[in-house]
Design a protein around this ligand. Structure first.
Ligand code: NDP
Length: 248
């Protein structure tokens, strides 16, 4: 599997799952644009880790939720690198709370970052990818988007929304050599899950047949398959990476 000469943009590529995806795609030969929104040190560290292994990467600060920021940033990426072959919609946040108490901004922030953010980026790459007649779009959704979870109505809605959007865009771009798929992780050991209370972690483990959290590399491996030529005929599909927690 080689991604030599491909240009990949990984949103939220600086930390956690996005970092592992950035490292994986770079190890396969892609030039990786590592996006972040606030923590420039993490982005610099990820770029340095890629370069230390002989790969190519640059950091790019933009807020996926801000459509004009996305538009101008992707324009710049295209100007700098000539093409965008791979988009990984990975940037995401949580603002958990029971629905009866959920504040409007907790709903809006999560929908704007996780769902509209993916829309903004897909919109920005769709024309260039159609022109190239080759493209790979992979969105990181979640087991929660399929199964639901008390306290995460906003997050589940955003992640389920990504499923419908992925399948729709897959149909729109299929004749142009552009595939659009998703990866749905279960519970992965990252900053997002590290602060969960121990009793919540115990409960989660009880629901996972493999009885352990996944790693960011587990998710990156599934992404690497979907962006490869081996997955040429796979579109509108979701790979579940969840230790058997949900078998949808
Ligand atoms: P982390 O919290 O570890 O990292 C989040 C990344 O997203 C950071 O790079 C962050 O940048 C970036 N980011 C956040 N908001 C924005 C924004 N508005 N614009 C651009 N970048 C942004 O998350 P994870 O690695 O755990 O999660 C990655 C994805 O995987 C998310 O979509 C998440 O929903 C999904 N997922 C995670 C699971 C898990 O168990 N961890 C399970 C299922 C799905 P910065 O550092 O600058 O803030």
């Amino acid at each position: 599997m080689s991604l030599q000469d491909k240009v990949a943009v990984v949103t939220g590529g600086s930390r956690g799952i996005g970092r592992a995806i950035s490292l994986k795609l770079a190890s396969l030969g892609a030039m990786v644009v590592v996006n972040y929104v606030s923590n420039s040190d993490a982005a610099k560290e990820t770029v340095a880790a890629i370069e230390a292994e002989g790969g190519k990467a640059v950091a790019a600060k933009f807020d996926v939720a801000d459509s004009s920021d996305v538009q101008s940033s992707f324009k710049q990426i295209l100007a700098d690198h000539d093409r965008i072959d791979i988009l990984i919609n990975n940037a995401g946040i949580t603002r958990d709370g029971l629905v009866a108490r959920m504040k409007d901004n907790a709903w809006d922030d999560v929908l704007n970052t996780n769902l509209k953010g993916a829309f903004n980026c897909i919109k920005a790459v769709s024309r260039p990818m159609m022109k190239q007649r080759w493209g790979r779009i992979v969105s990181i959704t979640s087991v929660i988007g399929f199964a639901g979870n008390a306290g995460q109505a906003n997050y589940a809605a955003a992640k389920a929304g990504m499923v419908g959007m992925t399948r729709s865009v897959a149909r729109e771009l299929a004749t142009r050599g552009v595939t659009v798929n998703g990866v749905a992780p279960g519970y992965i050991d990252t900053d997002m899950t590290r602060d969960l209370p121990d009793e919540v972690k115990e409960k989660i483990l009880g629901e996972i047949p493999m009885n352990s959290l996944g790693t960011s590399d587990d998710v990156a491996g599934a992404v690497a398959y979907l962006v490869s030529d081996d997955a040429r005929y796979v579109t509108g599909h979701f790979i579940h990476v969840n230790g058997g927690m949900f078998m949808g």
